[in-house]
Design a protein around this ligand. Structure first.
Ligand SMILES: Cc1cc2nc3c(=O)[nH]c(=O)nc-3n(C[C@H](O)[C@H](O)[C@H](O)COP(=O)(O)OP(=O)(O)OC[C@H]3O[C@@H](n4cnc5c(N)ncnc54)[C@H](O)[C@@H]3O)c2cc1C
Length: 398
């Protein structure tokens, strides 16, 4: 697919027609990754415009809000959004064989996504980012030496120009289609509810064919007796979640029919995250863990890479596709294997019967040396190590 690259004469004509101000970067989408990208760029002194279709940030976000402690150490994230900590996880097999994992330090934080998203946006504003809320971007035109963004509320009447555009539109891939950016390899469903539950003190993860083939369900305490309960599934997320709550938490949940929310989750990288003067970051680029559906850490990591590549391009005076494609190469070399391994692991998991999963749990539970070996490989944000070891062990067991 070719981009609408315009001739120099056409560009001159456009410039004569409209004296639109030109900023350095326009970021589309004020989710955490878009706002963090805008914040970093403005912090480096670039003139940044951030356009978001919603009027209010962080409202009704469907997310469990689990973010590693490493992410909070590495990035400047709003700590006041933290509502609880994950200190240990209990894994449940189909017949309730359990394996507990309690590392020496806190594994991750659980955030209020409203506070988290608004906190990052505030940081961006403080650095001078020009934020436009309630404006949906309906078209991105890419020219030889600038991009033009068309946006608006009901009608697409506003135009903003910049030297580069960064798309951080989450799971909305409408702009991708017209720009030839491609879509993620696949999608999962994330389905979640918030309930008051008795006797849940630490995070619990449930696996098995009846729970969700090739994926898992979670119960995550928030404090004050409330919990986020959810399921990652290929399909039928709502019925899987209802079945899970009924089977595993019967009589412990206060709400009789809690409200259930569902959202698609990208599963696999998009083919091209860079086109002429356009970069994509976050879930818009498929930068989501294919094992768990967590997208915030990978999105932030890749946003940092995007900002570094842009800074280099601006300082060299070279924002050509040849220069910016470095971003695509860099983030895929960092995370490509992780994304592929996660998809592969889920395929293997999907083939296992509940009996086989029980057998694996019993084996790991009984063999202290194996459990220790696996625990040494566990990293909250990177799963290739533990998957490789797990699959090697599996070969000898099944
Ligand atoms: C049930 C569930 C649980 C999850 N739990 C976790 C978890 O515990 N930890 C974790 O890390 N991840 C989790 N995720 C994934 C995580 O929520 C996403 O990966 C994350 O929100 C991606 O951030 P983003 O900024 O890329 O996109 P988003 O947060 O989706 O933000 C995109 C923004 O772009 C705006 N936008 C889109 N199109 C346009 C347009 N054309 N014009 C203007 N604005 C536009 C949208 O309105 C939105 O504000 C979960 C997801 C689900 C569904």
């Amino acid at each position: 697919m070719t981009l609408p690259l315009r001739s120099n004469n056409a560009i001159k004509q456009i410039r004569r027609d409209e004296k639109t101000a030109m900023s350095d970067v326009v970021v589309v989408g004020a989710g955490p990754i878009g706002s963090y990208t805008a914040y970093q760029l403005a912090d480096l002194g670039f003139e940044v415009v951030l356009i978001e279709e919603d009027n209010e940030i962080g409202k009704d976000v469907i997310c469990t809000g689990v973010i590693s402690t490493e992410a909070f150490q590495h990035f400047n994230l709003p700590k006041r959004s933290i509502i609880s900590e994950i200190k240990s996880i209990s894994f449940f097999s189909p017949s309730s064989v359990t394996i507990d994992y309690t590392p020496s330090s806190t594994l991750a934080f659980v955030v209020d996504r409203g506070l988290f998203d608004r906190g990052i946006l505030e940081q961006a504003k403080k650095k001078g980012v020009d934020v436009h809320l309630g404006e949906k971007v309906c078209q991105v035109n890419s020219y030889e030496d600038f991009v033009e963004i068309e946006s608006g509320n009901e009608h697409c009447t506003k135009k903003v120009r910049a030297k580069v555009a960064v798309l951080a539109t989450g799971i909305n891939y409408q702009l991708h289609r017209s720009l030839g950016l491609g879509l993620p390899t696949g999608f999962m469903q994330g389905t979640q509810t918030e309930v008051e539950v008795e006797g849940l003190s630490e995070t619990e993860i449930y696996v098995g064919k009846r729970i969700s083939p090739g994926a898992f369900a979670w119960a995550l305490p928030l404090g004050n007796g409330w919990a986020r309960m959810g399921i990652l599934a290929e399909s039928k997320g709502v019925s899987h979640l209802k079945g899970f709550l009924k089977e595993r938490f019967a009589g412990r949940i206060k709400q009789e029919s809690p409200r259930i929310f569902q959202k698609r989750i990208a599963c696999g990288a998009i083919k091209r995250s860079v086109r002429n003067r356009i970069l994509t970051v976050g879930e818009a680029a498929g930068q989501v863990k294919t094992t768990t559906g967590g997208g915030i850490f990978y999105g932030l990591l890749c946003s940092e890479t995007a900002v570094n590549v842009l800074q280099e391009g601006f300082s060299k005076g070279d924002l050509s596709e040849k220069q910016l494609i470095q971003y695509d190469k860099l983030w895929k070399s960092k995370l490509g294997k992780e994304l592929r391994m996660g998809i592969w692991m889920r395929k293997v998991m999907k083939k296992l019967t509940d009996k086989q999963i029980d057998k694996i749990f019993k084996f790991v539970r009984e063999k202290v040396s194996v459990r220790e070996m696996l625990e040494r490989k566990i990293k909250f944000d990177y799963h290739t190590g533990v998957i490789s070891l797990g699959l090697r062990l599996l070969r000898g067991l099944i």
